[in-house]
Design a protein around this ligand. Structure first.
Ligand code: MSP
Length: 633
């Protein structure tokens, strides 16, 4: 029986345009959704925008437009970002949607009727960034540490939700369900909040102060507090209370957030659900921050990194890969374009890109442009076993939300495949027709490995996966990805046409890289640059050693008679490293137009080229027979 999977992102505030922090959460959710679809789970993936509250009203006022005009504009930016980033969400929710407003009012009425909402008066320090009252402990040096602003003291009559009533239940629930909030550090953080008595939650704002919100169903003069409104989106999206989706997906709900909104999701939301008679979500998955220049991205610090700029510059899949590979889920990461390009060049251009291009090029050349036919017993146990091992590792990494580990496992498999090419040397096998069977088997196994790699990377890099599948003639599979398909090793259709594509990941030459090279050159103490004309003055020739003998009284000089198109005598200091006998008949390289010099009484008409090794000198030689006397260019 197929399982279900429900994944949500936070709904983003529309007071600012999206940056890579938002893109990251949404891409992680997308990778999870694509993976679960690929293992056959019925999947529902929701993202959207949070549009009510002080912050938005303030931003609209600054922009000189109505809150509705303002939210329509920014919400559209978030919505349009989805296809740009290849996000496969099933639903995009806005808290200004009519069905959401209705659901919020329904839940408020339900909780009010059950006696868990009361009217009272409250005075406290309110942070407009967090859109909530802060506890004394949360205020550091008179400021909200998250937003760096001084909270404002506000005292007013409002409606309160009896959150305190559910404190013990929540502590118990978190303790009994060890990964209800994960990774563990965030579970501990939530339990730490709960060590102090939980205050009741103020869930309304008087319309005299704020009009931009959902009117309370039981008091026309108040709007709903933005967090009470926003959290409910997760059930609105499933057509709570009566929708089929609610029954199917709510029991498997996975929320994905960053650590900034742990408190509303880890404390307010479960207690709200409990009060409304709804089961708690299954997991709260909490990741760290993407920082830029070591600080959290913020408009005021001017260190915002825009996802579309990076996508346009380096390509979407490279961007997705980098975000997922470089952040350990749960911990912070610092974004650097240099690190991004480094990964692109090494993991994507070198490891994956080269593997695909060389395999396809060889397969087209050696197998007549088609998937070759081979017998069952010729299928590579080594590569096949490695693919299955990777599938198992990836599966367990997904269960733990360790997406970077899943990528590490996939890259191990890519490297095993690259090694398989080097070890089997198809280019040598092709020289002898007797090796045809073996060569075809090797090429088939390589194409099969490309197919496994394409399937494995598809949740992370959907466009690249599709390109690889097309190149190996598995076009049908692009619409029907199935992880279990990796287990079928006869699934490549014999005779399918192979096609060469553009380079998947062209290498990026970074300004920094060139600078580093220059630095490197100065570190190896190069002589000053010369231009070609100067170099061309040196006459280098291929010489054949005709005779060799030691120069009397010298323990290192040898007198060589060489043929460079004419006979010459050369004196070379290689007597400690070579015996005269082993030199005779060898071809070497000499500088033929050096002014003659006399060494230990013998005239030398040229210089032999040699270099150092750990064990002495080695003479430069050719790996094929060269033309004696030939010029070296
Ligand atoms: N509207 C609320 C969420 C309500 S959910 C019921 C909100 N919106 S937000 O626009 O501020 O988005 C916060 C979320 O955006 C974070 O939890 C995280 O998912 C993402 N990120 C924003 N900045 C981020 C980083 N610098 N790094 C990583 N993720 C970031 O809070």
């Amino acid at each position: 029986m197929s399982k279900s999977f429900y994944i949500t992102t936070p709904i983003y505030y529309v007071n600012a345009s999206p940056h890579i922090g938002h893109a990251y959460t949404t891409i992680v959710a997308d990778v999870l959704a694509r993976y679960h679809r690929m293992i056959g789970d019925k999947t529902f993936f929701v993202t959207g925008t949070d549009e009510h509250g002080d912050k938005i009203a303030e931003a609209a006022q600054k922009a000189g437009i109505t809150p509705k005009e303002y939210t329509d504009k920014i919400s559209a930016q978030f919505r349009e970002l989805c296809p740009e980033l290849f996000i496969s969400n099933d639903y995009f929710i806005r808290t200004t949607d009519a069905n959401h407003i209705q659901t919020v009012r329904y839940i408020l009425q339900k909780v009010y009727d059950s006696g868990d909402i009361y009217f009272g008066s409250y005075g406290g320090y309110y942070c407009f960034g967090c859109e909530r009252f802060l506890t004394e402990k949360e205020i550091v040096d008179n400021k909200c540490p998250e937003h760096g602003r001084e909270p404002k003291y506000i005292e007013e009559k409002n409606y309160f939700f009896k959150m305190s009533k559910y404190q013990e239940w929540l502590i118990d629930h978190i303790k009994k369900n060890h990964d209800f909030i994960r990774p563990e550090r965030y579970k501990n953080e939530a339990l730490a909040f709960l060590r102090d008595p939980l205050e009741d939650l103020c869930i309304s704002r008087p319309k005299t102060r704020l009009e931009w919100g959902i009117t309370l169903p039981f008091d026309e003069n108040y709007v709903t507090y933005v967090w009470f409104d926003a959290l409910i989106n997760y059930v609105t999206a499933l057509d709570y209370p009566d929708g089929k989706n609610f029954k199917k997906f709510w029991p498997v709900a996975e929320h994905l957030i960053a650590k900034d909104i742990l408190k509303p999701h880890g404390i307010y939301w479960p207690t709200m659900l409990k009060a409304a008679g709804i089961e708690p979500y299954q997991h709260l998955n909490v990741h760290g921050y993407w920082n830029s220049g070591q600080s959290k991205m913020s408009k005021s610090l001017g260190n915002i990194v825009r996802p579309l700029d990076l996508k346009d510059k380096y390509g979407l899949d490279a961007f997705r890969y980098f975000l997922l590979r470089d952040m350990v889920f749960g911990l912070d990461s610092n974004f650097s374009e240099e690190a991004f390009v480094g990964r692109l060049n090494s993991d994507l251009a070198n490891d994956l890109g080269n593997l695909v291009s060389r395999t396809i090029a060889m397969a087209i050349k050696y197998c007549d442009g088609k998937v070759p036919e081979i017998s069952k017993k010729e299928k590579s146990p080594a590569l096949y076993e490695a693919a299955l091992k990777t599938v198992a590792e990836v599966d367990s990494s997904f269960k733990d939300m360790s997406l970077h580990k899943a990528l590490i496992s996939i890259w191990e498999f890519i490297n095993i495949t690259n090694k398989y090419i080097v070890e089997n040397e198809p280019w040598t096998l092709v020289k002898d027709p007797a090796n045809k069977g073996k060569l075809m088997a090797i090429m088939y196994n390589l194409l099969l490995a490309l197919r496994s790699i394409a399937i494995l990377i598809s949740p992370f890099m959907p466009q690249t996966a599709e390109k690889i599948l097309r190149q190996i003639g598995a076009t049908d599979e692009t619409k029907n990805l199935n992880l279990a398909g990796i287990k079928k090793h006869d699934s490549l259709k014999v005779g399918s046409p192979l096609t060469r594509g553009d380079s998947l990941f062209p290498r990026i030459v970074q300004e920094k890289e060139t600078q580093t090279k220059e630095k490197k050159s100065s570190m190896i103490d190069l002589k000053p640059e010369i231009d070609y004309e100067e170099f061309a003055k040196v006459d280098l020739r291929v010489a054949k050693i005709l005779t060799a003998e030691a120069v009397p009284k010298s323990n290192k000089l040898l007198k060589l008679k060489v043929d460079i198109g004419e006979e010459r005598t050369i004196v070379a200091g290689i007597g400690k490293d070579y015996s005269p006998e082993e030199l005779i008949g060898r071809q070497i390289l000499v500088v033929a137009n050096l002014k003659p010099v006399k060494l230990m009484g013998v005239e030398s008409y040229g210089m032999l080229l040699a270099t150092d090794t750990d064990k002495g000198l080695t003479v430069l030689k050719f790996d094929r027979e060269a033309k004696t006397g030939g010029k070296v260019r």
